[in-house]
Design a protein around this ligand. Structure first.
Ligand SMILES: Nc1ncnc2c1ncn2[C@@H]1O[C@H](COP(=O)(O)OP(=O)(O)OP(=O)(O)O)[C@@H](O)[C@H]1O
Length: 257
């Protein structure tokens, strides 16, 4: 089973007096949905970028199945909040472009692109141009394009951050469905406390100054959704409310200090 391991990772950017991240350890295996939460500036994006191979750690190691990561790779697809799609192309063409980069034959591309668009629940919208789509639909095209690389890991940096509350909630279920269907391991950064609880199988809490892991715990709400329980019912559960309180406390612990 593919395993992405950040072991005792530190990041110090040029010119910084103290590290942005100090000795953070995070593991993501296939089928995991690991969520990074924490106050602004605690190093969430830095860690995601280390996993992506976009930032080189100044300490520790980052590996996939024991092989060091030194650059971005097709095994780890990254989706950012405002990902650039080609606005003048259709949804299908955007996904097909990623397939082309993978060396998929032209005759295969359309069929594969449509299958990926169906996976993100955009069947029937393949012919629409990006500028004709809503924010949520664009984000789905971005996910379909990321999945075109058949990655082992999806690295998501606030992918739903720019969406309105209702669209965001709908996209959370889409993300869970994609995760289940594709079997990928997910590492995701979010500012949403409920979102972390709804999506994660494991939540890693970071604290700033320097960025470090202060808590990590397993959660089971996403599996309950995948087992058929409506998300609304899960969120209304007293167990969910207790978990939300606990997570909020963990994030803001020591803030006044
Ligand atoms: N490329 C960079 N060069 C220099 N400093 C950086 C760079 N990227 C991030 N930092 C600094 O590193 C620290 C951690 O930033 P990072 O973006 O990883 O945190 P974050 O938890 O994702 O923040 P936010 O929640 O606000 O997005 C911050 O102090 C930030 O200013």
């Amino acid at each position: 089973m593919p395993r992405l391991v950040l072991d005792q990772v530190s990041v110090r950017y040029d010119g910084q007096t103290r590290p942005a991240v100090e000795r953070a350890s995070i593991e993501v295996a296939s089928g995991d949905f690991v969520v990074l939460v924490g106050r602004s500036g605690c190093g969430k994006s830095s860690l995601l970028n280390v996993a992506a191979g976009l930032v080189t750690p100044t300490g520790g190691s980052v590996t996939v199945d024991g092989t060091p990561i030194i650059a971005p790779g097709a095994d780890r697809a990254v989706v950012f909040q405002n990902d650039a799609l080609f606005p003048w192309l259709t949804a299908r063409e955007n996904v097909a472009f990623a397939l082309r980069l993978r060396g998929v034959r032209p005759s295969e591309r359309e069929r594969r692109a449509d299958a990926l668009l169906a996976l993100v629940k955009l069947e029937g919208s393949g012919d629409r141009r990006i500028w004709e789509l809503s924010g949520g639909m664009r984000q789905r095209v971005g996910l379909a394009r990321a999945l075109a690389a058949e990655p082992q890991f999806l690295l998501l940096d606030e992918p739903l951050g720019a969406l309105d509350a209702l669209t965001r909630e709908r996209m959370q279920t889409t993300l869970l469905d994609i995760w289940k269907e594709s079997g990928v391991g997910v590492l995701m950064v979010t500012h949403g406390i409920e979102e972390a609880l709804v999506l994660g199988t494991r939540i890693v809490v970071l604290a700033p100054g320097p960025g470090r892991v202060v808590r990590a715990f397993e959660t089971g709400f996403s599996r309950r959704y995948l087992a058929g329980e409506p998300l609304r019912d899960i969120k209304a559960d007293s167990v969910f409310a207790a978990a939300r309180g606990e997570l909020t406390d963990a994030i803001f612990e020591g803030e006044a200090a």
